[in-house]
Design a binder for this molecule. Sequence first.
Ligand code: UD1
Ligand code: UDP
Length: 355
Amino acid sequence: MKKILTVLGARPQFIKHCPTGKAIRDCGMEDIVVHTGQHYDYEMSKLFFDELQIPVPNVNLGIGSGSQANQTAAIIIALEESMIEMKPDLVLVHGDTNSTLSGALTAAKLGIPVAHNEAGMRSFNRSMPEEINRILTDHCSTLLFCPTQPSADQLLSEGIRDGVLVIGDVQYDLARIHRDKALANSKILQEHSLLERHYVLVTLHRPYTVDDPKRLAQLFNAFSALDEQIVLPLHPRTKARLHEFNLTVPENILIIPPVGYLDMMMLEMSARMIMTDSGGVQKESYFHGIPCLTLRPETEWIETVQAGWNRVVDTDEAKILDSARTEWWREDRPLVFGDGHAAEKLAFVVKDYLG
Ligand code: UD1
Ligand code: UDP
């Protein structure tokens, strides 16, 4: 039986591995998971394994937080030992975190083929650690699974021709499957006395946004001027920065701890609008047909902007207020993220490649 070792470390990767792990097992391959420990709080990690019934990782390296170089290097050193011991036939990595790059680099240097899910995504902003992670991971991968055609075209423009496949987006697979479950089971609206379409859902966690006191303050001023109920499930990085910068949280913002996947889906589906700097949340707002404002200077999920459901507004108060008060989004939503079977395609291609 072929052994596929998936490296996971951060919240969005646990979520992405729910459909890909299942597809790997369904294809008759062994699904081994190494958790780097990059995310470790219960509600940033174990909650997702429990709720989405993802098998417990075979190993948790327990690396935890650190500077960019420290965290990446520590993961690489620990991963090398695991990969030598476990002898996988292929290593799978998702997205653009430090765990992604560490997994890809370690495997490539050990001569193990690497598959990258979400290949070819680019924001063209190299001051973000994720952009460096995306580029380097793609350039040492053997199989490059692209969510959309433009991401495959991007790889071609960088000289990557072999092993590139457009499969759609595994987060779309998962959202389709869990939509009804969220509607039936989530009590998050009642828990916080929220009314459907009477609040704006906000998420913030990118260092580019939250590590800069000026940008964070600009956003809070804009949220305050919005004068509308805002719900903000707080990422631990943002929690630490709010404390450090001693920023006053506007009264219209309800801060709650990070929530599980089903509660997050419910919050997204019921919001009037979503404002975020998250990659995954931009996509999910599109899946659910909720207009989104991206609180960054640019986005790698450009299809959502081109389709007329996402506006890139950065931290500009005038743009945020104008986009929150006018109806600028379109009626139709073309299927740009595949047919809901991306994970199965990924597993099939991996199996075929390994022969
Ligand atoms: C990481 C990824 C980012 C991804 C995000 C998903 C990188 C460079 N960044 O950002 O691409 O979008 O995950 O959420 O890989 N912390 C805790 N508990 C935890 C995890 C983190 O308290 O369980 C705090 C620590 O103070 C830590 C900080 O959050 O220093 C940042 O964590 P880290 O994993 O370095 O980056 P994220 O901002 O979470
Ligand atoms: N998410 C969640 N609970 C939260 C915030 C986000 O379950 O409190 C989910 C969200 O629905 C999406 C994923 O986490 O599936 C996105 O992860 P995140 O924003 O942390 O990272 P990014 O996608 O920006 O890398």
